[in-house]
Write a protein that binds this ligand. Structure first.
Ligand code: MG
Length: 352
């Protein structure tokens, strides 16, 4: 296994990013040994608890020269041409929390009605094995996934899901973001670089997770997922737009990137203007934890794409395919510091 160090020593959270800015005014290609001399990343958690993660020995880059070329192209085009596309579960969030498997945004919802929670669980038991069955053709599987998502959404409405139930579900969940996600979002926000989070889950739940677990929202972060509509009493009444399930979530990259009406000369609304704005950003940093996440950039007609894959589990079994597919692979539920360092090198902030 070829492991390449990709790390600089980090310090306390209050000055982590400023240290970045002071020390990374030049792009340092990943193949440069000077960048990767240190063996450990020392990071401070949000609770002032020192954690150690050996990022250098958990980083795999199969083709450093190709990555360097992409980085150079992206840097030269500037931040106005750049965007980040990220999967949510297992990518922005940790795979394990306190040593056990963390929850996903799909799995945390308790709608305050035990009967309906049980009905949704029964759907999961029925459809989840079908999702991974190698015997079902894709066309048929897509129909099954549509059924599953559609029935689940109906149960959420019938069961009277409320905004308060979402807040309580998130508060009692064991979802946690990777260390460095806040700093990554802050850095990108400061540079006006958009982050699109793609998920087949529920946008309202993900936004609540961001609010409660990161304690803030970001104006540059947009969730592309199933969006709920609530009545004045805070009760779910319907869902907006097209159903996004596990097998079609990547098609929505195209929706985001290519407004349906602009080529027809019809006035575009605010949302379409946002889509056009995203479409102009042809250099992409893609973050995912499954090979299928690479398709999130489909339809964007990108010029350059740097892909980071988080290989959280079954490293021996999956490393070969991940290292071929992603430009950078982080192993063993690694923190987000590598991605932060990468964007800091791409678009450094000059010291004042
Ligand atoms: Mg994922």
């Amino acid at each position: 296994m070829r492991v390449i160090s990709f790390c600089t020593r980090f310090h306390a959270p209050t000055n982590r990013l400023s240290l970045f800015r002071r020390s990374h005014h030049k792009l340092i290609p990943p193949s440069s040994s000077s960048c990767f001399r240190n063996n450990n990343c020392s990071v401070m958690s949000g609770h002032n608890k020192m954690e150690q993660f050996d990022l250098s020995s958990n980083t795999v880059i199969d083709h450093p020269p190709a990555l360097t070329d992409k980085i150079t192209l992206t840097r030269d085009a500037g931040p106005s041409k750049f965007q980040v596309i990220a999967d949510f579960d297992g990518t922005l969030t940790r795979y394990r929390v306190n040593g056990i498997r963390g929850q996903s945004s799909h799995g945390i919802l308790q709608q305050g009605n035990a009967d309906y929670d049980a009905k949704r669980e029964a759907l999961y038991e029925h459809y989840h094995p079908l999702e991974f069955s190698p015997l079902i053709p894709l066309h048929d599987k897509t129909k099954l996934m549509e059924q599953w998502w559609s029935k689940t959404h109906d149960l959420l409405i019938e069961g009277g899901l409320t905004c308060d139930a979402i807040k309580e579900s998130v508060a009692s969940s064991s979802i946690a973001f990777r260390d460095g996600v806040v700093e990554l979002f802050e850095f990108l926000e400061e540079k006006d670089i958009p982050v699109l989070i793609f998920s087949a889950g529920l946008a309202d739940v993900i936004e609540e997770v961001l609010r409660q677990k990161l304690h803030r929202t970001f104006k540059n972060v947009k969730i592309v997922s199933n969006r709920m509509v609530f009545d004045n009493d805070g009760r779910l009444v319907s869902f907006k737009g097209k159903l996004i399930h596990v097998l079609n979530k990547n098609e929505h990259a195209l929706d985001m990137a290519a407004p349906l009406h602009d080529n027809l000369g019809i006035d575009i609304g605010v949302e379409d203007e946002e889509n056009a704005y995203v479409k102009q950003r042809t250099n992409v940093l893609l973050l995912g934890d499954h090979l299928g996440d690479l398709r999130m950039s489909d339809g964007l007609n990108y010029e350059s794409r740097v892909s980071i894959g988080f290989l959280n589990d079954n490293v021996e079994k999956s490393l070969e395919s991940y290292r071929e597919a992603f430009d950078i692979v982080y192993l063993n539920d690694a923190p987000m510091w590598g991605a932060l360092e990468l964007v800091s090198q791409l678009f450094p902030t000059e010291a004042s």
